[in-house]
Design a protein around this ligand. Structure first.
Ligand code: SF4
Ligand code: SF4
Length: 337
């Protein structure tokens, strides 16, 4: 059996030419997670009609280049035409992932074949119900894990997203064993963001201190890799010799909402500063003081948006320099088993 030290996290630089399209099909959800980032005031309450969804897929498709498509919500399986949208996306040569809370509405597993989907991703925030359910809702652990088992048994490639907050970080090290037992192939560890509900009143009780993140996350990632699971987690803190770069400048990420807003940076999603919008089937650039004006700014703290939104999370040395630079939130660490 390999040692924990045999697994080393690799920083995944933004790959030139790679494209990631995150399409929010709706903002409705059957759950009310404590850290939910969905913001209907900013992103509307409409369900993207099937024909519009297909038009927008064509708008962002570049079949000659590797493009990842993540279909999400709200809860995307609440969309009655999700199976048809997945099929259309595959025909346009997207690699398609569906991010579900695990409830899998509209008989999802019966209406989509495993080979039509690159990954079916489930969200779970604890290794058992007593940790997960106070965050995601009563009974959610049982439904989510039962559907995950069904999906694996049917041959779907599955991944799992765990959003780490102060409520569950102590239990994170118990997740890899659960994932291995469930047959999950990929594990995405996310950090709680200051968006949506987590930006509201009890935000401070959810935030993870840097020392705790560094204490728990890299080691849990190594444990999962040791069990044969591919792990991805955000870089968060740059090493002194690592260069800072902003995905808004060097990568192609699109975060698309059903009201037509298109952001290049997910940290900007709570504000009306999207740099692009879809209007009459066309992708248009917006003039004015929008997110793209921030991408070229360089500050000692690293990411400008992080510094604007969460200034309290940055600690300073006596000489006024920040203790750590914060990386772009899209910069990931990966560990391959
Ligand atoms: S499942 Fe996702 S969209 Fe639904 S409430 Fe939870 S975080 Fe929000
Ligand atoms: S998180 Fe920061 S560094 Fe990354 S795209 Fe947004 S502004 Fe740029």
């Amino acid at each position: 059996m390999p040692n924990i030290s045999d697994f080393k996290a690799k920083t995944v630089d933004f790959k030139p030419g790679e494209r990631n399209v995150f399409l929010h099909l709706l903002t409705q959800c059957n759950l009310a997670c404590r850290h939910c980032y969905i913001n209907p005031v900013q992103h509307g309450t409409n369900i993207l009609p099937k024909e519009t969804a297909l038009d927008w897929l064509r708008l962002f498709a570049r079949p000659e280049r590797a493009s990842n498509l993540v279909l999400l919500g709200g809860e995307p399986t609440l969309h009655p035409d999700l199976a048809a949208i997945i099929r259309a996306a595959k025909a346009l040569r997207y690699a398609v992932t569906v991010d579900s809370n695990g409830f899998l509405f509209h008989d999802f597993l019966e209406r989509v074949r495993p080979e039509e989907l690159d990954f079916l991703s489930f969200s779970l925030d604890g290794p058992y119900a007593a940790v997960n359910d106070p965050i995601r809702g009563e009974g959610v652990f049982e439904v989510c894990t039962a559907n995950l088992r069904r999906a694996v048994a049917l041959g779907f490639r599955t991944s799992l997203i765990c959003t780490v907050s102060a409520l569950n970080i102590e239990y994170l090290h118990q997740m890899p064993a659960l994932l291995a037992e469930l047959g999950v192939r990929r594990f995405f560890i996310q950090v709680i963001g200051l968006r949506g509900k987590s930006a509201a009143a009890d935000a401070n009780s959810l935030q993870v201190e840097p020392a705790r993140w560094l204490e728990f996350v890299p080691e849990t990632a190594c444990q999962a890799a040791r069990l044969g699971i591919h792990v991805t987690y955000p870089k968060v803190f740059l090493e002194p010799d690592e260069a800072f770069s902003c995905a808004g400048q060097v990568a192609e990420n699109y975060f698309i909402f059903p009201n037509g807003r298109v952001y290049r940076c997910p940290l900007c999603e709570d504000y009306s500063i999207h740099s692009l919008r879809i209007e009459n089937g066309q992708l248009l650039r917006r003039d004015g003081l929008n997110e793209d004006r921030f991408f070229s700014l360089r500050i000692p703290e690293g990411c400008v948006m992080n510094n604007l939104l969460q200034p309290d999370n940055i600690e300073y040395l006596p000489d006024g320099q920040p203790t750590h630079r914060i990386s772009c939130c899209m910069l990931k660490q990966e560990i391959h088993p």
